[in-house]
Design a protein around this ligand. Structure first.
Ligand SMILES: NC(=O)c1ccc[n+]([C@@H]2O[C@H](COP(=O)([O-])OP(=O)(O)OC[C@H]3O[C@@H](n4cnc5c(N)ncnc54)[C@H](O)[C@@H]3O)[C@@H](O)[C@H]2O)c1
Length: 244
């Protein structure tokens, strides 16, 4: 995939899947704005600059409208345009529903779903104006099939899918595509927290016989961000080793 001259924002890209996405987009030639709520973002931006590509970090909370406004403004001021938005930032606060607090519900909905609305809304006008744009949001297989103990997370991830399909319909005629990726179980800090017995049980349910890697997800993002994927919109691409 050739993304030379493209400018990308990747939210939550200080580590894990987001970091792999930022590095792969940069490898393909894009200038990348690395966002995270944590200062790790700067390390990733430095790594990209060491590859000889352009990158800048912006520490911002993507569930806050003023933070999102300054993220998008920094990207536009520095690079003059935004072509690719990857909504990747996400958290989980797992709890059986009967014990789930309002705070656990609200936090996950705000960071995993409201952020997708805020960031997409903020980049859409310039993308429509330039008649080219790619919105790629990281959902989850949990948003498709549900998971006990993750009602908040499943609601947010399923919400991303409905949101994506609606935005795709709104902007398809303007050269802007909106797609979601639904990863299965990917080997990152999110899944490394699980006890080994639970990891093995998960692996036994995956036909490919392994957890996914962050790079498996990043490759799918790169494809959807490319010129070649211009006729694909409103889709959910599952990257789960055949699990669902
Ligand atoms: N790991 C998996 O198995 C898996 C599976 C399906 C979907 N996903 C999704 O992929 C995405 C990345 O997951 P990961 O496994 O790399 O997780 P991770 O916890 O390793 O990374 C998430 C990143 O998002 C950042 N972040 C959190 N809140 C933020 C905020 N408010 N603003 C900006 N950044 C924020 C964190 O600091 C962190 O760097 C998430 O949306 C997650 O739900 C992960």
């Amino acid at each position: 995939m050739n993304l030379t001259d493209r400018v990308a924002i990747v939210t939550g890209s200080g580590r894990g899947i987001g970091k792999a996405i930022a590095l792969k987009l940069a490898e393909a030639g894009a200038s990348v704005v690395v966002n995270d709520i944590d200062k790790m973002a700067e390390e990733v931006a430095r790594e990209i600059r060491a590859m000889g590509k352009q990158s800048q970090s912006v520490m911002a909370d993507v569930s806050s409208a003023p933070d999102v406004a300054s993220l998008v403004e920094t990207a536009t001021t520095n690079y003059g345009r935004i072509d690719i938005l990857v909504n990747n930032a996400g958290i989980n606060r797992d709890q059986l529903l009967v014990r789930m607090s309002d705070e656990e519900w609200d936090k996950v909905i705000n960071i995993d779903l409201k952020s997708v609305f805020l960031c997409t809304r903020a980049v859409l006008r310039p993308m429509i104006k330039q008649r080219w744009g790619r919105i790629i949001s990281i959902s989850s297989v949990v948003g498709l099939i549900g998971n006990a103990g993750q009602a908040n997370y499943a609601a947010a991830k399923a919400g991303i899918i409905g949101f994506t399909r609606s935005v795709a319909r709104e902007v398809a005629s303007r050269g802007v595509t909106a797609n979601a990726i639904a990863p299965g179980f990917i080997d990152t800090e999110m899944t490394q927290k699980l006890p080994e017995s639970q990891r093995q049980e998960l692996i036994s349910r995956i036909p490919s016989g392994r957890l996914g890697s962050p790079e498996d997800v990043a490759s799918a993002v790169c494809f959807l961000a490319s010129e070649e994927a211009g006729y694909i919109t409103g889709q959910v691409l599952t990257v789960d080793g055949g699990m669902t």
